[in-house]
Design a protein around this ligand. Structure first.
Ligand SMILES: [Zn+2]
Length: 217
């Protein structure tokens, strides 16, 4: 932060405090990602768990696409914060599915873009994608922030009678009645696994670029 010229890109109304929080949040996310990438690349069990989670959560190749699901980078970031994820959604999406975020559960963070897409498209640049070379990744890194608003199904409880197991909310505003661990709502979705090569490249990029990213913001 601070030393590099801002190249006229700081047009948003952002206070220094907000910038500092955002930079700290990104730094923390990148450190988690780094550690998770090292772990997965050295531990075949974690590596395969990542692929299984990606299949269950719903992965997509193009992070900028409006299709449902998560980019593989965001899935890595989510898993670096919490293991064993099977179904993720935002607070309101869970309500729409008859569940609510349990008391004291903390939201997981994902990377979101800051209005870079339009600018890139206007300049005729291709959309940066996960798992591509360092240039693209760095380009994307400059225009993202960490948004905390994602919860795994294990962080939610039914707010109406669970259609899978019949668990009823306890009648209080913030029910603590949870489905049993055997409830099918927690089961991973069986779907297409992301290719191993792709995951290896993406994880390696999280480690390789770490030093270059120092002082980038
Ligand atoms: Zn249930």
């Amino acid at each position: 932060m601070g030393k590099t010229a801002t190249k006229g890109r700081k047009r948003r109304t952002v206070t220094p405090a907000m910038q500092a929080r955002s930079a700290a949040s990104k730094a923390a996310a990148n450190e988690l990602l780094h550690n998770y990438a090292v772990l997965c690349l050295n531990n075949p069990v974690e590596f395969e768990a990542y692929r299984q989670a990606a299949a269950s959560l719903g992965w997509k190749l193009d992070p900028a696409s409006s299709e449902p699901g998560y980019s593989l980078l965001n899935i890595a970031l989510l898993l670096s914060q919490r293991r064993g994820l099977t179904h993720c959604a935002g607070f309101r999406d869970w309500l729409a599915q008859g569940r609510q975020v349990a008391v004291s559960e903390e939201a997981l963070g994902t990377f979101r873009r800051i209005g870079r897409k339009k600018q890139n498209e206007a300049q005729g640049k291709p959309k940066p994608e996960d798992g591509q070379d360092g240039e693209k990744r760095k380009e994307r890194n400059r225009g993202y922030y960490v948004k905390r608003g994602t919860f795994d199904v294990s962080q939610t409880v039914p707010n109406t009678r669970c259609p899978h197991c019949g668990t009823e909310p306890d009648g209080t505003e913030r029910s603590t009645a949870q489905c049993p661990p055997t409830c099918p709502v927690f089961l991973p979705r069986d779907s297409v696994l992301p290719p191993r090569d792709y995951i290896t490249n993406l994880l390696s990029a999280q480690i390789k670029d770490d030093d270059e990213d120092e002082g980038d913001e």
